[in-house]
Design a binder for this molecule. Structure first.
Ligand code: ADE
Length: 418
């Protein structure tokens, strides 16, 4: 079996942590048990480009028990949990190509390693796997039944491929399922981003001026949790609707150039490039903390920050202090990469449970329906989404009501009015 990981001897610790996560992934466990019996993914090679975490390990196991041959590489150079990678290889017998801190060259070598397995299904988080196929491995596309995409940024890239008529095989946008973005993006990113900032800095949030750039599902979650810890939260937006929502949710809203002067901690979650730029660094307070929780490390203009800096010191494991020429210091966390996965452990298992239930069921859907799918980006079918919500509620021991017959027929009628 081929693999490229940091150290196989880390497997024992990884196994314990994977088991811990499994306790909170009850929906995925139910799917895994059914997969073990029915083998819906029999003989399918699935290449996954995902954050290599305890939760991903549980997903990989479910796919394997469904009959698939699974190959895993990292979807971010800094998100791999090396002990987990070791346990996936040693205890699950699944190939992993991922090392925390790998450079860009190794990152793409690892992507090519999982592509060398000639996948029938691709599973992506951010679309680096699919974009590599479309750029340099086009020969593989004809053999691929379909793919899945985990995140907002990846779905945007894939829709751009589709719009230009270039998409070579069907993709299920897992991110667009309600049981994904309403929970993972909001509560997962909300908690894990705050967790990442605290682990990296040990700073007190209460009373701090906390600037959230982007008020999508992820930004909403981070704002909500930072406010819950006593921070004064300010939202920066370009979309009038989202900005208005932020106002009515009780936050200050202002342009970034105004927020730059008052912020103690800045987080970007926009999915766009160069949100925090030189003009903003030039106005920030001494000691300002800047970090990113969007998928790619492009949201902070790091080259501009470096160009403005006289000296850069690593003052804590995930903190690079940039001393500007006028003496002010700006602290960049996690090299501008996803802070929730760089310095913390990503989203907790109970929320990844729903995201990865969507992934597993989307794979099964592709296996069963690939001949009916075109070269398009599809939503997760509504019945899968609803079923995951139902199972999650059951796993939490929560019961809900049913419509009476009268209520159901009222909703289908038009005759009754005032
Ligand atoms: N994305 C965010 N958190 C994650 C996690 N814990 N595992 C895999 N992907 C993630």
């Amino acid at each position: 079996m081929k693999y490229d990981i940091k150290d196989l001897r880390l497997a024992k610790k990884g196994k314990l942590r994977i088991e811990w996560a499994s306790e909170y992934m009850i929906v995925l466990r139910l799917i895994r048990e059914r997969f073990r019996r029915t083998k819906p993914l029999k003989d399918l090679r699935i290449s996954c480009c995902l954050h290599v975490t305890t939760e991903t390990a549980n997903l990989a196991l479910a796919l394997k028990e469904g009959g698939a041959e699974v190959f895993v590489c990292a979807s971010n150079p800094l998100s791999t949990q090396d002990d987990v990678a070791a346990s996936i290889v040693k205890d699950m017998g699944i190939s992993v190509f991922a090392i925390k801190g790998e450079g860009s060259k190794v990152y793409y070598r690892h992507i090519n390693s999982v592509l060398d397995q000639r996948p029938r299904i691709t599973m992506d988080d951010g679309a680096d796997l699919v974009s590599t196929i479309h750029k340099t491995r086009t020969d593989l596309a004809a053999g691929i039944l379909g793919g899945t995409e985990e995140t907002t940024t990846g779905v945007i890239r894939l829709k751009s491929l589709q719009k230009k008529g270039l998409l070579r095989y069907p993709i299920i946008a897992v991110n667009d399922a309600n049981t994904k973005h309403m929970f993972d993006n909001r509560y997962g990113t909300g908690q894990s981003t705050v967790d990442g900032i605290i682990r990296a800095t040990n700073r007190l949030l209460a009373g701090s001026n906390f600037i959230v750039c982007g008020y999508g599902w992820c930004g909403r979650g981070v704002a909500m949790r930072a406010a819950g810890m006593g921070a004064n939260v300010t939202i920066v937006e370009v979309d009038p609707l989202k900005a208005l929502e932020a106002v009515m949710d009780g936050y200050s809203v202002m342009p970034l150039k105004n927020a730059s002067r008052i912020g103690d901690i800045f987080v970007t979650l926009t999915g766009d490039i160069h949100v925090l730029r030189g003009e903003h660094f030039g106005m920030m307070k001494d000691g300002a903390i800047i970090c990113n929780s969007g998928h790619f490390d492009v949201e902070i203009d790091i080259p501009a920050l470096k160009a403005m800096s006289g000296k850069v010191r690593r003052v804590r494991e995930f903190v690079d202090e940039h001393s500007l020429k006028d003496g002010r210091r700006i602290n960049l966390l996690g090299e501008g990469r996803l802070i929730n996965l760089a310095s913390a452990e990503g989203h907790p298992a109970s929320v990844m449970d729903m995201s990865f239930a969507n992934q597993a069921l989307a794979c099964e859907y592709i296996a069963k329906n690939h001949d009916k799918l075109g070269k398009r980006v599809y939503s997760v079918p509504e019945e899968i989404d609803k079923n995951i919500a139902r199972l999650k509620l059951e796993s939490l021991g929560i019961k809900i009501d049913k419509l009476t017959k009268e209520q159901a027929s009222y909703l289908e009628s038009w005759e009754l009015g005032t």
